[in-house]
Design a binder for this molecule. Structure first.
Ligand SMILES: CC(C)(COP(=O)(O)OP(=O)(O)OC[C@H]1O[C@@H](n2cnc3c(N)ncnc32)[C@H](O)[C@@H]1OP(=O)(O)O)[C@@H](O)C(=O)NCCC(=O)NCCS
Length: 153
């Protein structure tokens, strides 16, 4: 389930974290993103939960500098990784995104050595654009076009 960060779930969401090894590629904790989202009004932080318990976190939003939507950060808590939740959460997020932002492309960046994230993003159609920003590999998932009506002729 994907939901906004609220008065009820913000604290357990701040308790989520990655492994010490993953901090090499993914250093900012959830509290940092919640603080930044408080002041960057175009950021939307969201909690990913299973059975009512937060297991992951993401932030997405439009970048006013380039007018593009970005999945700014995405993580699954280290205690819940490797159980299919990352794939499930990304699918749920993209369904939410396509519903709320029809026919809109979305971009993201990841550390070049983060092969788990790279494969996961690749499998959802996030293709490298060839750009590097701050050393990160930039990927874009093109806008999902509306299904063609059967009697379109
Ligand atoms: C990337 C991340 C979100 C994946 O979450 P997860 O819940 O572990 O992912 P899943 O269990 O759904 O697995 C997704 C795929 O990655 C693979 N995978 C997961 N952990 C892996 C590992 N340690 N080594 C190799 N493959 C791994 C799975 O086999 C699966 O592959 P498949 O679906 O093709 O069979 C999680 O590892 C994470 O939060 N990492 C730290 C933060 C980060 O790097 N975020 C993304 C960059 S912005």
């Amino acid at each position: 389930m994907i939901e906004d960060v609220t008065r009820e779930n913000w604290f357990p969401t701040t308790q989520l974290g990655v492994t010490p090894e993953q901090t090499a590629h993914f250093s900012a904790p959830v509290v940092y993103w919640l603080a930044e989202s408080r002041f960057e009004s175009h950021f939307r932080p969201m909690t990913l939960s299973r059975g009512g318990t937060p297991v992951g976190f993401l932030v997405y939003g439009i970048d006013p500098d380039d007018d593009e939507y970005w999945l700014i950060t995405f993580m699954i808590d280290h205690r819940s990784q490797g159980q299919g939740l990352g794939r499930q959460a990304l699918r749920t997020f993209l369904e939410h995104f396509d519903r709320t932002h029809p026919q809109t492309a979305i971009r993201l960046g990841h550390h070049p050595d983060n092969v788990v994230a790279a494969r996961l993003y690749d499998s959802f159609g996030f293709t490298p654009t060839g750009e590097r920003i701050g050393g990160e590999v930039i990927r874009e998932r093109p806008a999902v076009t509306a299904p063609v009506a059967e009697d379109a002729s």
